[in-house]
Design a protein around this ligand. Structure first.
Ligand code: NAD
Length: 301
C-alpha cells in the first residue's frame, strides 16, 4: 500500500563540466572503449565521459532510440571522441560477438564497461524464474561474454594494455529484501572481475564499481514496487530504504530537503569512476572494487 504522493523526478542534466577529463597517453581517438547500457542512466553518462576524454566510444544497448539520444547529446556537447551506436540485445550471443568485433575494427580496443542492467522487486518465493533468467543473462552472462570476445582484441594491442570494468552495486556487498536476483548477479560480478585480473597478466586489469542509489530510471522505477512489497509509502522508501544508510547526505542535508533526489549520486559521478579506473592513475586497481557508497556499506546506525 502506497500512502504518499508519487515523486516527480527530473534527471540531472549532464554538462561537460560534470565529466572528469584526465591526461592519459591512451585516451586518444585511436583507442576504443565499449560501454554496455549506453542508452540510459549510468551507461549513457559513462559513454559520454569516455568520449569527453577523446576515446572512440562504442555504446551497446537494446534501446536504439536511447542510443540515438546519447549520440545527440555527444554531438551537443561537442565531445572530442566519437560516440558510435551499436544496437544489440545482450542476451543474443551472436549479436554480442558482432558488436565487440565491430568495435575492435574502429581502433585499439582497450576498455570495456559492462553497465547494462535491470531490476525486479519481489520476494524469493514469488520471483518469476523467467525474470530471474533475463537478469542473470544481462548482468552476469553478458559481461562474461563481452569479456570473452574483447580480451583477444585487448591482448593484440601493441602493449596488451587495457581494462574491463563491471558495474556492481552496494547490493554486491550485502543483501536487502526483495532483490534476490539482482543481489545474486552483483555478487557474481566480483568473481568475474577477479578472474579477469587473475588471467590478465597485470596489463589487462579487471575492476568493479559499486555505488548506492543513483538518479536513473532503474532506480525511480523500483520505488512504487518497493512501497507495495514493504507496505510503506513511497517517501519512506526513498528516505529510509534508499537514503537511510547513507552518511554523505548528512553532510549535505539541510534540516528540510524539498527534493530528496538531490541527495543521490548522479550518473556523471559514477561515470567519472570508470574514467579514473581506466586511466594510468589506476594501474594498481586490479581485481578490486571502487566502492563509492556515501557510507552505506561500512557503517551501521
Ligand atoms: P537504466 O535503466 O537507466 O539503464 C540500463 C540500460 O541497460 C538501459 O539502457 C537498457 O536498455 C539496457 N539493457 C537492459 N537490458 C538489456 C539487454 N538485454 N541488452 C542490451 N541492453 C540492455 O539503469 P542504470 O540505473 O543506469 O543502471 C546501470 C547499471 O548500474 C546496472 O547494472 C545497475 O544494476 C547498476 N546500478 C544502478 C544503481 C542505481 O541506483 N541506478 C545503483 C547501483 C548499481
Amino acid at each position: 500500500m502506497s500512502t504518499d504522493d508519487d515523486f516527480d523526478i527530473d534527471e540531472p542534466e549532464l554538462t561537460s563540466d560534470d565529466l572528469l577529463v584526465l591526461d592519459d597517453p591512451r585516451f586518444t581517438p585511436d583507442t576504443v572503449a565499449i560501454v554496455t547500457g549506453a542508452a540510459s542512466g549510468i551507461g549513457e553518462a559513462t559513454a559520454l565521459a569516455l568520449a569527453a576524454n577523446g576515446l572512440t566510444t562504442v555504446g551497446i544497448d537494446v534501446d536504439e532510440g536511447g542510443l540515438d539520444a546519447t549520440a545527440e547529446l555527444a554531438d551537443d556537447l561537442a565531445l572530442p571522441g566519437e560516440f558510435v551506436a551499436a544496437p544489440a540485445d545482450l542476451t543474443d550471443d551472436e549479436a554480442v560477438e558482432r558488436a565487440v568485433d565491430g568495435a575492435a575494427e574502429r581502433g585499439d580496443l582497450r576498455y570495456v564497461a559492462n553497465i547494462a542492467g535491470l531490476q525486479h522487486i519481489a520476494a524469493i518465493e514469488n520471483f518469476p524464474m523467467e525474470q530471474y533468467d533475463v537478469m542473470q543473462s544481462v548482468m552476469v552472462r553478458a559481461p562474461f561474454l563481452v569479456a570473452k570476445h574483447a580480451i583477444p582484441h585487448i591482448e593484440t594491442t601493441d602493449d596488451a594494455t587495457g581494462a574491463i570494468a563491471n558495474m556492481a552495486s552496494v547490493h554486491g556487498h550485502y543483501a536487502t529484501q526483495d532483490k534476490a536476483s539482482y543481489i545474486t548477479a552483483k555478487h557474481a560480478l566480483h568473481g568475474l572481475t577477479r578472474s579477469i585480473a587473475a588471467e590478465g597478466e597485470g596489463s589487462l586489469r579487471g575492476f568493479s564499481v559499486s555505488v548506492g542509489y543513483v538518479l536513473t530510471p532503474l532506480m525511480v522505477n523500483q520505488i512504487a514496487d518497493t512501497a507495495t512489497e514493504r507496505g510503506i509509502g513511497e517517501r519512506r522508501v526513498v528516505e529510509d530504504v534508499m537514503l537511510g544508510q547513507a552518511r554523505t547526505k548528512e553532510m549535505m542535508m539541510p534540516a528540510e530537503v524539498a527534493n530528496l533526489f538531490v541527495l543521490m549520486m548522479t550518473p556523471a559521478e559514477v561515470a567519472n569512476l570508470f574514467v579514473f579506473g581506466f586511466s594510468g592513475h589506476a594501474k594498481h586497481l586490479n581485481g578490486g572494487d571502487l566502492l563509492f557508497d556515501g557510507g552505506y556499506t561500512h557503517t551501521y546506525e
